[in-house]
Design a protein around this ligand. Structure first.
Ligand code: ASP
Ligand code: MG
Length: 414
């Protein structure tokens, strides 16, 4: 007998038929002899509709406390409906709101962090042979106020519950078959990965693959709970997200990702002197703007160019602030560019294969694509290019590294 946490997203519980489908799926797992806790999202579109209601009220910025009371109701609906559907097919089940299952968070309404989970109530239900049906996305603070974890937060709820219960696996049942080598909508030859390491998944999630919330992967990695991302509609195996040592096939490149959500800012001819970078990036960070890549050119005549990228939604604020700071840094001028995309290759095997960067640059050069910025970590290489080349770059890199399997390892490290 295993203890399994199953998480179903909004699409999987989007209407009564689908809720019945989820109930059947849960029932199969129960009848196979397992203990099951199910964590659900709001029905698809529900959370957006709740947010829109608050906007329609024209209340300006709603009180964060009341905002959370409102948006958390979506998941409460789903847990009740799923329990009813389970009862109908003879499966014992009990619903749990965040408060009822002791999901304690800090007080940061709208983006709360989980602090602890008191698993007693959940364990009692599971030991009594009931399915515990848990509302994702919500918790309570020390004073019992309802909090929410941020959009997409029910992945994190599910994984946190799996960690707290020391579950054997946390299944993320979703509307895709697993984690793919790249976006199958863009590259038909994309293939599903059988296994991937937490580290790779983290890179892929933060570089633009949208299967899992990043925080949920961090949780799972920290507690060593395996994740299994699979389809809620089909029966096939999906992708296991596991420890590095449990990944058999160590691919040099396991994924090609892209992100169109950044913009670039260049400060020309700043003084090449101590304190200049701090004088720029300090205030940006205080303004809550997260800078991703930073490149500083070789200095000439005591000045240099600094180029960096920020999330596109912070671009307007970022460039305004940079323009304000520029005179103090002795800068000549500030330029911005929203017409960019980031394309990356990710793979654990890069740790012991050289030549991946060189091969990547060569593939892009053959397509006539100019690289604007480059950044690397142990297991990924990212480049910034003009947005219109995104698809071409992703296809060419996928072809070279995944379809042709051309890791093209050389003896030299690049
Ligand atoms: N219902 C919440 C949202 O739409 C949480 C989730 O679905 O993960 O963001
Ligand atoms: Mg979701």
């Amino acid at each position: 007998m295993a203890l399994i946490v199953q998480k179903f997203g909004g699409t999987s519980v989007g209407d009564p038929d689908r809720i019945r489908n989820v109930a059947r799926r849960v029932a199969e797992t129960v009848r196979a002899g397992h203990q099951v806790a199910v964590c659900v999202s709001a029905m698809s579109g529900e959370t957006n509709a709740l947010v829109a209601l608050a906007e329609d009220l024209g209340a300006g910025r709603p009180s964060p406390r009341e905002y959370d009371v409102l948006v958390s109701t979506g998941e409460q609906k789903t847990i009740a409906l799923l329990c009813m559907a389970l009862h109908q097919i003879g499966v014992e089940a009990r619903s749990f709101t965040g408060a009822q299952m002791g999901m304690r968070t800090d007080r940061a309404h709208g983006r709360a962090r989980i602090q602890s989970i008191d698993t007693d109530a959940l364990r009692r239900a599971l030991d009594a042979g009931e399915v515990a049906v848990i509302a994702g996305f919500q918790g309570v603070d020390d004073d019992g106020n309802i909090t929410t974890l941020g959009r997409g937060g029910s992945d994190t709820s599910a994984v946190a519950v799996a960690c707290a219960l020391q579950a054997d696996v946390c299944e993320i049942l979703t509307d895709v078959d697993g984690v793919f080598t790249t976006d199958p909508g863009m590259v038909p030859a994309a293939r599903k990965l059988d296994r991937i390491a937490y580290e790779e998944m983290l890179e892929m999630a933060s570089l633009g693959a949208k299967v899992l919330q990043i925080r949920s992967v961090k949780f799972a990695m920290h507690y060593g709970v395996p994740l299994h991302v699979r389809s809620s509609f089909g029966k096939g195996e999906g992708t296991w997200v596991v420890r590095e040592e449990d990944v058999m096939e160590r691919l040099v490149v396991s994924g090609v990702t892209y992100n169109r959500g950044e913009a670039k800012i260049r400060v020309r001819k700043v003084k090449d002197a101590p304190g200049v970078a701090a004088g720029l990036f300090g205030p940006l960070s205080e303004a809550g703007i997260v800078v991703d890549m930073i490149i500083q050119n070789v200095s000439q005549d005591g000045t240099t160019d600094l180029t960096f990228t920020v999330p596109r939604e912070d671009y307007a604020r970022g460039i305004e602030l940079t323009q304000k700071l520029a005179p103090g840094l002795g800068a000549e001028d500030v330029e911005g560019d929203e017409d960019i995309a980031k394309v990356s290759v990710v793979g654990l095997g890069m740790k012991d294969h050289a030549g991946v960067a060189a091969r990547m640059f060569q593939v892009l050069a053959e397509e006539g694509i100019n690289i604007q910025l480059i950044s690397t970590s142990e297991i990924k290489i990212s480049v910034i290019l003009q947005e219109k080349y995104t698809e071409l770059a992703v296809r060419a890199l996928h072809k070279a590294f995944v379809e042709d399997g051309a890791a093209a390892p050389t003896d030299e490290r690049t």
